[in-house]
Design a protein around this ligand. Structure first.
Ligand SMILES: [Zn+2]
Length: 262
């Protein structure tokens, strides 16, 4: 019986359409929406690195092309608050490396980290660019620089701060665990342990999951509890899409060119 209930949930969810939650008119104002994927913010530019300069120019480009930022979870409201004439974009950050959110030795926010750049951009465009992004964080890995943005003394402050600024925290498993390579029980444990730690710091419900390297667990019921699951590639999302298979675009030059003609 439980199996059928889970199956039913998946069938219902797999047919999600933005037209179901908001006016058809709004959904018609854009035919697809991008979910951008960032990893390291730092120099030099590379496959998994975007420099601070390039990240700033990404924001400028999006702003100049009529985009308006949302958290991933805002999909569930049909992008409520999208100003007329604007198009939604979602910025996501995987792996919680220090370049995404860094405090300098004197306790000042690093203007070269992703959050510093987002904050400065928001201050320049307070109404047109709210601070919105989804951070898929790791709790404990063998690379301390990626454990909740490194800087253990600032973990609580950073997570609280992201929440206060209106941004979303998503799960990226406890230790960057490939969910296809471990047992269902271990996969469940990895996700539960991650949520347990995050709940100590933030009050928002964690509804979004980024699968390490995009691999799904064999038993999909492991993902129960998450409303949105992102993949690592795939391109733009049509307005009718599967919330457990949200496509993303890696924010590197070749993908900007391919999907945005930039
Ligand atoms: Zn990752």
């Amino acid at each position: 019986m439980k199996k059928y209930a889970i199956l039913l949930v998946f069938v219902v969810l797999s047919n999600f359409s933005l037209t179901m939650v908001e006016s058809k008119e709004k959904a018609d104002s854009f035919r697809s929406f991008p979910v951008l994927e960032y990893h390291h913010i730092g120099r030099p530019e590379g496959r998994w690195h975007r420099t601070p300069e390039n990240f700033r120019s990404d924001l400028e480009w999006l702003y100049n092309h009529g985009y308006y930022p949302f958290n991933l979870r805002d999909i569930l409201t049909g992008f409520k608050g999208l100003p007329p004439g604007k198009k939604p974009v979602i910025l996501t950050f995987d792996d919680s490396s220090t370049g995404q959110f860094r405090y300098l030795p004197e306790g000042k926010l690093d203007p070269e980290c992703a959050v510093g750049i987002l904050k400065a951009f928001h201050e320049k465009h307070p109404k047109e660019w709210p601070m919105r992004a989804t951070f898929f964080v790791l709790i404990e890995t063998n690379c301390p620089e990626r454990n909740l943005f490194g800087q253990p003394e600032y973990v609580a402050q950073k997570l609280r701060q992201l929440e206060e600024w209106g941004m979303e925290i998503g799960c990226h498993t406890y230790s960057h665990d490939r969910l296809d390579k471990i047992s269902s029980a271990a996969a469940r444990r990895s996700l539960e342990r991650s949520l347990k730690v995050l709940s100590k710091f933030v009050s928002q419900e964690i509804v979004s999951l980024s699968l390490p390297q995009g691999f799904y667990p064999k038993d999909l019921s492991v993902l129960k509890g998450f409303k949105l699951v992102v993949e690592v590639a795939g391109g733009m999302n049509p307005v009718k899409f599967n919330p457990l298979h949200i496509k993303r675009i890696q924010a590197i030059d070749s993908e900007w060119k391919r999907f945005f003609g930039r």
